[in-house]
Design a protein around this ligand. Structure first.
Ligand code: CP
Length: 310
């Protein structure tokens, strides 16, 4: 099957076949990551620029490692050390970077739609590494790879996604992707953190975490994003932890073999207890490992696909 996308802007634009191709390609790249010499010449001669306007540990590092393992030349630009601090606009920055002839720009930005804005204006491919509260497609894809690996399938599984749904680009990208893969998606959080009308995207909406956890195959905890929300949405962190924190006790409501995911960074003791985060059901570090393979697959498919469309 041919991958027809020039850009990866969100899982909303990906079909079930696209997602399966990405997951299968990532699976094949996992073998390279287990080798002693973790490098293949696949993207030799390609230039990838990681343009990050927001902080990142996992996404930026794994896109850089992914590019290097495929032999691309990778360059990192962070807003704080670039001419953005001198007032340069996003479009000017991007046009100047494009003049240096990169093949792919991987971009994280606080504004929803920023990667789409660039994709319309630049000739090179753009991969969204997180745009505001909109989408984080590579995170959702690495989550799916991890779930498929641990459960052997995606179709028919029930996942409970818990936390600040309104501000979560991870929840939105997962919802689009999981519905396409035939999963039941339960979203749970305080009413103040639940976007109105999200049911229209196929989600089941809960405010009671215990109900949402019941017999779930997968539990995905979200980080409380204090940087994106007004403080009024959350009375106290202690109260939030009491009603929406995952601990060994309420995890028992899910299936006995349920797995626990978290995109990171975690607020230990708030949305997840350390006993769960470091416990036998946690696959959080498997997610990070799979992040490299997924990003290798995305770079490879975007750089190598024939007959591309956005
Ligand atoms: N999950 C995630 O996006 O982590 P980073 O912010 O560290 O990239």
């Amino acid at each position: 099957m041919t991958f027809r996308h020039k850009h990866i802007l969100g899982t909303e634009q990906l079909s079930r076949d696209d997602i399966e191709l990405i997951l299968d390609t990532a699976d094949s790249f996992k073998e390279i990551n287990a080798r002693e010499i973790k490098k293949v010449p696949t993207l030799r001669g390609k230039t990838i620029i990681n343009l990050f306007y927001e902080a990142s540990t996992r996404t930026r590092t794994s896109f850089e490692i992914a590019g290097k393992r495929l032999s691309a030349d990778t360059v990192n630009i962070t807003a704080s050390s670039s001419s953005v601090v001198k007032g340069e606009t996003l479009e000017d920055t991007a046009k100047n970077i494009e003049a240096m002839k990169p093949d792919i720009i991987v971009m994280r930005h606080a504004a929803s739609g920023a990667p789409h804005y660039l994709a319309e204006r630049l000739d090179c491919s753009v991969i969204n590494a997180g745009d505001g509260a909109h989408e984080h497609p590579s995170q959702a894809l690495l989550d799916l790879l991890t779930i498929r690996e641990k459960k052997g399938r995606l179709e028919g599984l029930t996942v409970a996604i818990v936390g600040d749904i309104t501000h979560s680009r991870v929840a939105r990208s997962n919802l689009y992707a999981m519905k396409k893969m035939g999963m039941t998606v339960r979203l749970v959080g305080p009413g103040t953190m639940m976007p109105p009308g999200i049911e229209r995207l196929g989600a089941e909406v809960y405010t009671d975490m215990r109900e949402a956890l019941r017999d779930a195959d997968v539990v995905m905890m979200l980080r409380i994003q204090l940087e994106r929300q007004g403080k009024t949405m959350l009375p106290t962190l202690r109260e939030y932890a009491r009603f929406y924190g995952l601990n060994l006790e309420n995890l028992k409501l899910a299936k006995p073999d349920a797995i626990v995911l978290h995109p990171g960074p975690m607020n230990r003791g708030v949305e997840i207890s350390s006993y769960v985060a470091d416990g036998a059901q946690s696959v959080i570090l498997d997610q990070v490992e799979n992040g490299v393979a997924i990003r290798m697959a995305l770079l490879y498919l975007v750089a190598g696909g024939e007959s591309k469309e956005a």
